[in-house]
Design a protein. Structure first.
Length: 355
């Protein structure tokens, strides 16, 4: 219960924190940037958690570019992709987030991908209809999906495979330029802050900020994994209830990308990196280095703050499990205490009888 309470408290801080511009002054120690000395570290528990940390730590330390010349070859196009699909209007609170990316990246191209005619969030953006996009393999999955967050996942992987550039969720605010990343790396993304695991590990890749060159193997692999598991996962979690939606989306488009990143970064001559959580997420009161995700998207048409809903549903399940364990533990403790008490009473009476 304590772990769940601390996680919920941390999530509330993440969502409600003030928007501020941090300087890039934090330690570059990987674990420190993952929140090693924060309450979130309590979620790092299993052998898989520590194994994932070591994998991403090794990649980070190997490929971290200390200094990048602006004259160096551009690896990733200076294009920022935003996606908004579904009937709801683009969130007013996210307009400032889009503006922050444009302000920190003057002269870049800004593409707005959507499934219907709607106003652009900012002037100077390019308007692109999803119906005009040529999918490589996920068109049937896109049309089959009944969840707009999942559709957005599918579309971002296809766009980055075909065009390259930087994909950004609408609820992410930018604090510093990403220009050097596009000269230094073939692929980059960040890790989630350690959290109550949705799947098997508390250490997972985040797909709300992804930069990549055109045709990077991570997306080829992610797309292949999605097509292979699509029907199976859909059959396993067929419902329209929130739990089914959470697990269906998590396994079809989150886990597949996470696996692809872990298995296919840093290979075939690519200079790839997965940044620790503090690069793109504020950890408790520490400011994020380059951007911050406010977790304000929507999985469900009747609710807002979709990542909060995911965590809330899973925390609810976790609370129930913890309550059962605590109840069973209390019963066991009471039984043991009763047994000890009976033994003490028996011995006491026996001694009195002997006297």
């Amino acid at each position: 219960m304590k772990r769940v309470f601390l996680f919920f408290s941390f999530l509330a801080v993440l969502v409600s924190c003030e928007k501020e511009r941090p300087g890039v002054k934090q330690s570059d120690a990987f674990k420190a940037l993952m929140g090693e000395n924060k309450s979130v570290w309590q979620h790092v528990e299993t052998a898989e958690d520590y194994r994932n940390l070591e994998i991403f730590k090794a990649l980070y330390e190997k490929n971290l570019a200390r200094e990048v010349s602006k004259e160096s070859t551009l690896k990733i196009p200076k294009v920022i992709h935003f996606i908004w699909v579904g009937p709801n209007p683009f969130p007013k609170e996210s307009v400032d987030n889009v503006r922050s990316w444009i302000e920190h990246h003057p002269g870049w191209t800004y593409k707005f991908w959507t499934d219907r005619k709607r106003p652009l969030p900012q002037k100077g953006m390019e308007f692109h209809l999803v119906s005009d996009f040529e999918f490589s393999a996920l068109k049937e999955c896109f049309e089959d999906s009944d969840n707009y967050a999942e559709k957005s996942d599918l579309l971002r992987y296809e766009i980055l495979l075909k065009e390259g550039g930087l994909y950004v969720d609408h609820d992410v605010e930018c604090f510093n330029s990403f220009d050097s990343f596009h000269h230094a790396y073939d692929f980059y993304c960040g890790l989630e802050t350690p959290h109550t695991p949705i799947l098997s590990s508390s250490i997972s890749v985040c797909n709300n900020v992804i930069g990549a060159r055109k045709g990077h193997p991570v997306f080829q692999e992610a797309i292949q994994k999605i097509t292979q598991c699509w029907e199976e996962i859909g059959t396993a979690y067929p419902g329209k209830d929130k739990d089914s939606i959470v697990y269906r989306v998590a396994q079809r488009t989150f886990a597949t990308f996470d696996d692809a990143v872990r298995e296919h970064t840093g290979k075939k001559g690519n200079r790839d990196i997965v940044f620790p959580a503090a690069y793109f997420n504020r950890i408790e009161q520490d400011p994020a280095l380059y951007a911050h995700h406010y977790y304000a998207s929507t999985w469900f048409e009747d609710e807002t703050k979709f990542e909060r809903n995911v965590r809330r549903r899973l925390i609810s399940i976790s609370k129930k499990n913890n309550q059962i364990l605590l109840f069973n533990g209390a019963i066991l403790t009471a039984n043991l205490a009763l047994c000890v008490g009976l033994v003490v009473m028996y011995r006491s009476k026996k001694r009195k009888g002997e006297k």
